[in-house]
Design a protein around this ligand. Structure first.
Ligand SMILES: [Zn+2]
Length: 287
């Protein structure tokens, strides 16, 4: 079996990070999912800082590649912060004084477990029965959460419930906006933290989607080398549409090439493109 970066592995790594670097990083639980997993977050930086950025990954189950990537990005910051290394002439201590990153490495842990282990990745009997009823059976390309909803269609802005669509099928939006715990958890985080910007990690395509030309978007393109693509005005209930509606900047970073799930073979190259993202963003807020 292909080596996977699982929910369990992430939990272990989160514990290790919060134990080793308590001054810089704190782990929090945002919400529990239908299958009883936790949506974990890391607050990395100065939690009292006014500058805040939310970064989230693995909203789509088969895109868990980015969970490992974000965990490694966070770890690199911690290591370099402890050594007081520097990035472009600024010490990590200084860089992380005025900013806090709220990083959710795995927004959809139930879906990720289905993608990696099939029905046996789910514990609750009722959810297992529901899953078995869906016609979407190729779990290797599973995108939704355990209730068969595409979380990136479950937001209120432009929400479209196509009743002909079946649960578990690509882009199924759910019965109503915010019907899912995972999308509600994102809303809760945004309204608690009031971030300047939200960065959504998805796969694939080496492209950054955005709506507003901001310094952050330009910087993300410069660091990663991914091409920029402005989104048109159409809306379809995705998280970005909702963020635009409430006036929060965002961009969506599509890592990797080829089809998801992306193999770990791509990790080194994507790592090289993304390893300095947190330091570079922090530098924007550094006096
Ligand atoms: Zn995606």
């Amino acid at each position: 079996m292909k080596r996977v970066y699982s929910y369990r592995k992430m939990k272990k790594d989160l514990k290790k990070l919060s134990f080793c670097y308590p001054e810089l990083l704190r782990v929090f639980r945002l919400a529990a999912t239908a299958d009883g997993n936790q949506i974990y977050g890391m607050a990395l930086g100065n939690r009292k800082a006014k500058n805040r950025i939310v970064i989230q990954a693995s909203m789509h189950a088969r895109e868990w590649f980015n969970t490992e990537l974000l965990m490694q990005m966070a770890e690199r910051c911690c290591r370099r912060w402890k050594k007081n290394a520097s990035y472009q002439g600024k010490s990590y201590r200084k860089l992380f004084k005025n900013v806090c990153f709220f990083i959710l490495p795995m927004v959809n842990p139930d879906g990720v477990s289905i993608n990696q282990y099939g029905v046996s990745g789910i514990r609750h009997a009722a959810l297992k029965t529901m899953l078995a009823k869906y016609s979407a059976k190729d779990y290797r390309i599973w995108k939704a959460n355990a209730r068969g909803v595409d979380l990136n269609r479950n937001f209120s802005t432009g929400f479209a419930n196509d009743t002909r669509m079946e649960k578990g099928s690509e882009d199924y939006a759910g019965m109503r906006p915010f019907s899912e715990r995972e999308s509600r958890a994102l809303v809760k985080l945004v309204f608690t933290v009031h971030p300047q910007a939200v960065i959504n990690y998805h796969t694939t395509g080496h492209v950054i989607y955005y709506k507003e030309d901001t310094e952050l978007v330009k910087l993300m393109a410069k660091i990663t080398g991914y091409r920029l693509q402005k989104e048109d005005e159409s809306v379809n209930g995705n998280f970005g549409d909702w963020l635009s509606e409430i006036g929060t900047d965002w961009c969506t970073v599509e890592t990797c090439v080829g089809k998801a799930p992306s193999g770990r073979k791509q990790l080194f190259l994507e790592w090289k493109r993304n390893r300095n993202v947190l330091a570079a963003l922090a530098k924007m807020f550094c006096a």
